[in-house]
Design a protein around this ligand. Sequence first.
Ligand code: AMP
Ligand code: ZN
Length: 462
Amino acid sequence: MPAPLMLYDNWERTLRPFAPLAKGAPVGLYTCGPTVYDYQHIGNFRTFLFEDVLKRVLEWNGYPVRHVMNITDVGHLTSDADTGEDKMEKGARRTGKSAWEIAQLYTDDFLLNLKLLNIEGATILCRATDHIAEQIAFIEDIERKGYTYTTSDGVYFDTGKLDGYGYLARLDIHGLDAGRRVELGEKRLPTDFALWKFSPPGEKRQMEWDSPWGRGFPGWHIECSAMAQKYLGDFFDIHCGGEDHIPVHHTNEIAQTQARVGTRLANFWMHGYFLLMNDAKMAKSAGEFLRIQSLAQRGYDPLVYRYLCLTAHYRTQMSFSWEAMDAAATALERMRNGFFALPADPAAKSDAGYVERFGNEINDDLNVPRALAIAWEVLRGDLPPGVKRATLLTFDEVLGLGLAQWAPKEVDVPADVKALAEARAAARKAKQWAEADRLRGELAALGFEMEDQPGGYRLKKR
Ligand code: AMP
Ligand code: ZN
């Protein structure tokens, strides 16, 4: 039996043993989804890959998962301080399409990339614009409880009224603006945030709705609190996102929920750390960024990126480089070929010792780099081939590299090469080693390599 599952909870800032809140019920998992005003970059997908591994580890431990992910298609402003424009309206202007069209376009692209990365789909995928009524009802409740105030541009959450606001990020809200001047506008505290923004006077927004406070649109944080609560309840198991969500977005999701129902929304708060590019956070708003398609254009299988992300722990930042991609490509190619060469043996079972060691690593707060090293030990070790295959298949339930689905590309083999290969196979069978080596040399001269496999061979271009 592997060690019990331990996960790092950013609320407690410590590793905690994980157990589902409701025994026998699926684990409730909410992961903040994409803001669909542009393509997602490979940094975003590092976070989605971490969440996918988390979900697979939960399933591996025998916990079914009810996974909810939102699509932010309204309300995410260009500045976290509730100033600036709605990213969707800005994206619409940039592309010349409507905000609704770009939401669909970038959602479709996002979902396609999840498939290419072998990321399991969410149980429930929900759009912010389909849940305006739930968000309004949420704000009404918070208002009734006295945690809001209204300014000329919207309804705000009064963070000074909530005891313990900002605990997740260990914020000192009254010390925040000490020593520096902060553009407060009509806000009472810099940490106060918009629940509902009014459409600018005289301006028709593409996305706007009527509300008890006036025509406008919901703030970004309220969508996640409202949808998470609707689909997972007042207090569920795990909430995830990228590390940038700790001080603002998740802090505010928690504040809203505390104000409405008195819980911190989720039992565990987990965060994926950044992908860096040239020592800075990869960001959509910072101009050039790499997409999964950019990797494909350079000839990389998207699963090479998945492999690369598996080599770093989710709680450390990871620097992207093409050299690292090349190393990941070579490693994945080796692993795939090694796995492919193993004969399927229906009677073979996974090796219990290795499965336990693998389980210990993934249950140690998803230590996937170490788990991957165990996969290599199995591949290179001396277990019977069928057992190796079965063991690696068990590991791949978590790694998600799709080893069983992979097959080498058929190479075009000219007739003379085929004849040489057959002759060499016959020589080997007859234990004529010198002749077999000579034929191997002839094949090499023609640019082919012969890989011996149990019961046959495979030809590869050199
Ligand atoms: P967004 O589309 O901006 O709402 O982001 C989608 C997800 O990607 C969120 O969970 C972010 O925290 C995460 N994220 C954004 N930038 C990065 C990055 N450079 N590395 C890893 N995750 C990121
Ligand atoms: Zn969110």
